[in-house]
Ligand binder design. Sequence first.
Ligand code: GLN
Length: 239
Amino acid sequence: MKIVIAHLYPDLLNLYGDRGNIQCMAMRSRWRGIEAEVKEYRLQDAVDFSGTDIILLGGGSDREQQIVCTRLQDIRKEMQAYVEDGGTVLAVCGGYQLLGHYYDTPDGRMRGLSLVDLYTEQGDPRLISNVVLQSEELPYEIVGFENHGGRTYIGENRPFGHVVHGYGNNGTDGREGVLYKNVIGTYLHGPLLPKNPHVCDRVLQHALERKYGISELAPLDDTQEREANRYIVNRFHAG
Ligand code: GLN
């Protein structure tokens, strides 16, 4: 068995080491005897998602996002076909914003991919915090870090999690991120998956189910990861 992970524009969208998410997915696959191949796409590369199982779109500053968003319009149709066919996507912060219709800033509107019905408007101040989320689908809390000027509104879509600590999508509605088909969009940066092995396995399981019909992953020993996760939950959410 093998999974193919496409990393879109790692040279531009890699704030706070979003790349660590790739390493986590690859290692948790290999520990289970599943081969993992990572394809890095640069801005000028032609994309072909036909053999792709997971796409990672990381975060970036407004300047980098602007560069990427122009290029994304060229690959929009390929990405849309992939998503509608049940392809797995993890999009973080700037990448999450670009899943939607647009991101408005004082310098103008960045057009998004319109893969998910959401939009983002820049506000003041930046929303910077450690984050704890609860999810209806996952066995324990999701922890992470957010730093964004954008306020995202997901309408009727399901959120990735409910905010226990932090700001989330817009600091007002108590929701964080978005779930759409096998797409996860979230503001949680950097080592999201190493900090949350249950989220990593959810992503892997979606990809393996689509490709091989596998609905359960072999368990791994996550004792230390669970302890680290619990420590963060207790630190930011007393009680
Ligand atoms: N530039 C976007 C914002 O500030 C996303 C930033 C990020 O990816 N951290 O909202």
